[in-house]
Design a protein. Structure first.
Length: 565
């Protein structure tokens, strides 16, 4: 049993039986709720009506070590407006289904069920076939209606903290919908009873289909107990893989919270072989989590026309809180941080940079343990996206034990998209970049309490030092915490476009650079020179590109100067 696959099989079986027992016990208490008008106007697949071009065949795919450009259409052009994202996301969805996870069918012909404070029942029929499954509910005190977080298999974010934040817990047994321990030619569970035991769709997508049917029932129930317009999802290990896919493939889910998902989850497929995480062939063979078609890519992920940074992007602009473990290489945390950073570029382009959080800067290395570092951001995310009682900005806290460098994996830049995109969950601040505090140590620099984030500064502020010379401007923003900082430098072209740039940064006394991205550098302290890399030297008139670096000491007071080449 690979560590990224979660708890030992025996314990998972017990959890599944326990959930089933809870459901059976609660079933006798359920009072049928009449199917009424939908409680929300949510749409599972907003791009269902988009005209997606014919997808390439597996045999014609080129090999590219770089991550695919999430802004690039099949014809080679790039999207230019925020409204273009709906159909671009649909393209990514179709590519992910065909080559990664298998197809997620549209809503079946009939979905009915019941909702109470203790349980949910789901009855599905389609094309003459039918199936049913249930989930138990653990609601907070009070009358409701409550937002709810679906917890997969008993392993996810701290359920006590979820309830304390004002949300109910839906205990979902994924094995009732897609059973593990079955061959790919004889898949079992409620999904496969409808779509066939030989369906090429993997378990992760089957689990996603099941949660979507739960949301269907919540919407139909009239929202008297649980709200159909305020649903989150979480899970750890194999169930973290599931939570990630569930959130990406249903736009009604307001908050997605995968934990330590490992290979087949958040980590980029292209990075897994080099990092030494659970191999793709192992993840593919251990259980039929991934779609059958993925089997031809386990030894050649660079042929994939899609990668998991685009799955991260599919969640945008909705809430996403990724929790990871830097202490277990087998989980692929370095590749996960690259996926998060790559997906965050889409969040930023959509003006929703404050809606994504990535947190791997933790002390405890035990797989799927509750972390004190996650307590505050967990409650803040629930309050922001589900109870609508907060508006804390997202942030990045990447442990130096597993810090990936996005610049090594991309040859594309982030466009400035025109128009406006409104988040379905919260108003979006004009400040579009998530605050990034990549810790220089393996543990947070300050103790964490349930109400206080370990980062002492969660949103970057622009340095007053802005220097213009030689056709370009360099502006610095610094995110400082105790003992370290991250600096982001924006290089803006003047009235004429530039073909290359050099930025000289004067670091405060005692500050030392430990890593940099999207730029070449000479020196680590004092006066440091940065030059463009191959793909970000050309900047059109009035446009900008950005690079960044992490350092120890104090970055406040950093000054910069820019010269175009």
């Amino acid at each position: 049993m690979k560590i990224s696959s979660g708890r030992p099989a025996a314990r998972l079986t017990l959890v599944g039986l326990a959930v089933a027992a809870l459901v059976a016990g609660a079933g006798a208490l359920v009072v049928h709720t009449t199917v009424a008008s939908a409680a929300s106007a949510g749409v599972e697949d907003e791009g269902a009506n988009c005209a997606v071009p014919a997808l390439p065949d597996a045999g014609s795919l080129p090999t590219s070590a770089k991550l695919p450009d999430p802004f690039k259409k099949l014809d080679g052009s790039r999207i230019t407006t925020k409204s273009d994202w709906t159909c671009q996301r649909e393209l990514i969805k179709k590519l992910s289904e065909k080559f990664g996870y298998g197809e997620k069918p549209a809503k079946p012909q009939s979905v009915t069920g019941t909702v109470s404070r203790t349980s949910i029942t789901v009855n599905v029929s389609n094309a003459g076939k039918s199936s049913s499954f249930s989930a138990s509910v653990d609601a907070p005190s009070g009358n409701g209606p409550f937002p709810a977080v679906v917890v997969l298999g008993g392993f996810g974010a701290d359920t006590a903290a979820i309830k304390a934040a004002g949300a109910a817990v839906i205990n979902y047994d994924p094995y009732a919908v897609g059973k593990e321990g079955t061959p790919r030619t004889n898949k079992q569970g409620a999904f496969y009873s409808i779509y066939g035991a030989n369906s090429p769709t993997g378990l992760l997508m089957a689990w996603a289909w099941g949660v979507s049917r739960i949301i269907d029932v919540l919407e139909q129930s009239g929202g008297t107990v649980l709200r159909g317009d305020a649903t989150g999802v979480t899970g750890c290990s194999r169930f973290g893989k599931g939570a990630f896919v569930i959130g990406a493939f249903d736009q009604r889910i307001q908050l997605t919270m995968p934990i330590e998902s490992g290979s087949g989850g958040v980590p980029i497929f292209r990075g897994i072989p080099g990092e030494g995480a659970q191999s793709l062939s192992s993840a593919y063979g251990e259980q039929p989590w991934l779609g059958d078609a993925f089997g031809s890519f386990t030894g050649s992920p660079a042929r994939l026309p899609v990668d998991t940074h685009e799955m991260v992007a599919m969640v945008a602009p909705r809430g996403l809180f990724i929790m990871d473990n830097p202490h277990i290489v087998n989980l692929g945390p370095k590749s996960a941080s690259v996926a998060a950073l790559g997906g965050a570029e889409v969040y930023r382009a959509l003006g929703a940079g404050d809606n994504i959080t990535y947190w791997s800067d933790i002390q405890n290395g035990t797989h799927c343990a509750n972390r004190p570092e996650w307590s505050a951001p967990l409650q803040q995310n629930i309050q922001k996206y589900l109870t609508k009682t907060g508006n804390s900005p997202g942030s990045f806290h990447i442990s130096s034990k597993a810090a990936g460098n996005l610049a090594e994996w991309r040859d594309w830049t982030t466009p400035t998209l025109s128009g406006s995109t409104s988040s379905p969950s919260t108003s979006i601040s004009p400040s579009t970049s998530p605050s990034t505090s990549t810790s220089a140590s393996t543990s947070p620099s300050t103790s964490t309490s349930p109400s206080t984030s370990p980062s002492t500064s969660t949103s970057p502020s622009r340095s007053p030092s802005t220097s213009t010379s030689g056709g370009c401007t360099a502006t610095a923003s610094v995110n400082q915490w105790t003992g370290g900082f991250v600096a982001t430098i924006r290089v803006t072209a003047g009235a004429s476009g530039i073909s290359g740039w050099t930025v000289v940064g004067a670091l405060p006394s005692g500050a030392t650079i430990t890593s940099a991205w999207n730029a070449n550098r000479s020196g680590d302290s004092g006066a440091v020179q940065f030059t463009n890399v191959q793909y970000n030297g050309a900047v059109p008139a009035g446009q900008y590109t950005e690079f960044g670096f992490q350092g120890t000491g104090t970055g406040t007071g950093l000054t910069t100067g820019c010269t175009a080449r």
